[in-house]
Ligand binder design. Structure first.
Ligand SMILES: Nc1nc2c(ncn2[C@@H]2O[C@H](COP(=O)(O)OP(=O)(O)OP(=O)(O)O)[C@@H](O)[C@H]2O)c(=O)[nH]1
Length: 550
């Protein structure tokens, strides 16, 4: 019988299918000089130098250290039982498994990223090792080594259970990647059509996280670079730094730091240059452990910086920061749950371990909503700007530009249909005196009152506009000079009759009118306006408050 099986707490297995999380059964030997040979490790195991894995630890840090683990498995049945060791991590440089039965080494397996994916016996995205356990006890010695975070959540299960769990996980990733893909396409389309840098940086930020996720979940190694150990080793840190770089660029543009925090924005170029230089240096040195440790530390620091910038931008009145802060908190919250699971602060659980992906999806979705909201705001601002470009803000009548644009088609229609059309130009008399005697506000009230009167008197088909300071213009389609003159007189009388009330002061005003109609000599609108203006001048010089025709 096995001479040292009594040393450890044994896991009992039988033919019934079950999944056991074995970290709590492990005994561990972790020290700086733990890079022992198998024989040395076995000796340490026999000498009881392995200690219980306290708190069911799954993560042994980002370290150059080697971790040895031991486990006793007791097959309580009378048959051989086939089991699968499944490590729920795709990110491990090297693991060795030694199986001892009756003190004899009966099997060993080597797995890890340092072997090309193609050479794996079981081609699962995560690492796995199969073994057939004979009745009674088997000792398993395991050696783990990784410059990446040494994360080893190990399950003992069957092929069928692992495959069915992997199918579930595939649906999960299908959903997450599908959602990322839709967000990416949507934002790339927006960045192409709007030429707004925020959408470009959002797309790059999302794409870099997507690539980072592909690399550390093992999808990339399985499907994209399965033959290259070098890419598997170095793409993850590279994507991590790209994610940081584009995260900063997105934060700068999204929070409009140029406007809200110009002092910080000015440092943009030196921050980018510093980061790029750091990446080049790390890659030249070739220390992957340092690259990963620094990258993870920078990512954590970034969350604090992002939230601080978000709060500062919000204080400076940037509305979009309202979306940015909870979005970053969601992403960081997901990452914190993953980290807490990884570090054993909360019990390990596959779903909690994927908190970072769910958090990132929520973050990215909220940011996409924010960009959509911004799109709506931009659209509203554009509509307001377009309206403002046509409307005189005081009287809300058309301005000169809008008048000319609106009259243009009516002018050509009148000529084509051989219909008469006329123009009235009117100017308030002695308007300067109102301003001088009662103030500018009284002048404004008068202008508004006259605009209202004109609006009431003209037809819906007539085109009315404020021509300038105290001048108004009316284009009358399908109207003869006589009819236009009659209308001008009606308006003149109405203005003469009206009383403008301004802060308890009753103001009386009159206006002078020039009327002209279209004749064959006139080629353009300006010619007609010139005639009406001449007539108006005549009215002014003839004593005011009268209508003169061209
Ligand atoms: N309150 C106010 N005044 C304006 C506005 N636009 C122009 N004005 C003023 O309108 C006055 C026009 O004065 P003038 O061109 O001398 O004409 P007037 O006093 O009406 O004299 P006549 O046209 O010869 O009867 C100027 O004092 C302008 O400053 C405005 O939007 N609001």
């Amino acid at each position: 019988m096995c001479s040292f099986c009594s040393l450890s707490k044994a896991i009992e297995i039988s033919t019934s299918p079950q999944t056991i999380f074995i970290n709590e059964y492990l005994d561990i030997l972790q020290s700086r000089n733990a890079d022992l040979s198998f024989q040395q490790a076995l000796q340490h195991f026999q000498d009881k130098k392995f200690t219980a894995n306290l708190d069911n630890k799954v993560s042994f840090g980002s370290t150059n250290n080697v971790v040895w683990a031991s486990l006793v498995i007791k097959n309580t049945s009378t048959e051989n039982v086939n089991k699968l060791f499944y490590i729920d991590s795709a990110w491990l440089d090297r693991a060795e498994f030694y199986f001892l039965y009756n003190d004899n080494l009966i099997g060993e397996a080597l797995i890890g990223d340092l072997l090309p994916f193609d050479s794996r016996v079981t081609k699962t995205r995560m690492f796995s090792v199969q073994h057939t356990f004979a009745p009674a006890s088997t000792v398993v010695l395991m050696k783990f080594q990784s410059q990446d975070p040494l994360l080893i959540p190990i399950f003992l299960s069957t092929n069928e259970i692992v495959n069915s769990n992997l199918t579930l996980l595939n649906y999960f990733y299908g959903f997450i990647y599908g959602a990322f893909f839709i967000l990416l396409v949507y934002n790339i389309a927006l960045s192409l059509s709007l030429k707004d840098s925020r959408y470009v940086y959002y797309s790059l930020y999302l794409l870099s996280f997507f690539c980072l996720n592909l690399s550390y979940t093992g999808h990339g190694y399985k499907f994209l670079w399965s033959g290259s150990v070098f890419l598997q080793q170095w793409l993850m840190p590279l994507f991590l730094y790209l994610y940081i770089l584009f995260g900063i660029a997105f934060c700068f543009e999204f929070l409009k730091l140029k406007v809200f925090l110009p002092k910080v924005y000015k440092r943009k170029k030196s921050i980018y240059a510093g980061l790029i230089l750091l990446v080049i240096l790390l890659f030249i040195i070739g220390d992957r452990l340092l690259a990963v440790q620094l990258g993870v530390a920078l990512t954590s620091l970034l969350v604090v910086i992002f939230i601080s910038l978000g709060v500062m931008a919000l204080k400076h009145g940037h509305k979009m920061a309202k979306f940015f802060i909870p979005a970053v908190l969601m992403g960081a919250g997901g990452a914190a749950i993953s980290a807490a699971t990884t570090w054993g602060i909360i019990p390990y659980n596959t779903m909690l371990f994927h908190g970072i992906e769910i958090g990132m999806l929520l973050e990215m979705s909220l940011l996409a909503v924010a960009l959509g909201f911004n799109l709506k705001e931009m659209n509203n601002a554009r509509i307001i700007a377009e309206v403002n470009a046509q409307i005189d803000p005081l009287t809300t009548l058309f301005n000169r530009r809008a008048f000319a644009a609106t009259v243009e088609p009516q002018w050509h229609l009148g000529i084509r249909d051989n219909k008469p059309f006329s123009l009235i130009l009117l100017d308030i008399d002695w308007f300067k005196r109102i301003n001088d005697d009662y103030g500018h506000a009284a002048g404004d009230t008068t202008l508004k009152a006259i605009a209202e009167t004109l609006n009431r008197k003209v037809r819906k088909s007539d085109i009315l506009a404020r021509w300038g300071g105290e001048e108004f213009i009316i284009f009358l389609p399908n109207t003869s000079k006589l009819s236009a003159t009659n209308l001008a007189n009606v308006i003149r009388q109405e203005i003469e009759r009206m009383t403008v009330l301004h802060t308890n002061v009753e103001l009386k005003v009159t206006a002078s009118f020039g009327v002209a109609d279209h004749t064959v000599q006139q080629n353009k609108l300006e010619d007609l306006i010139k005639l009406a203006d001449d007539a108006l001048y005549k009215a002014k010089s003839s004593g005011r408050n009268i209508v003169c025709t061209a």
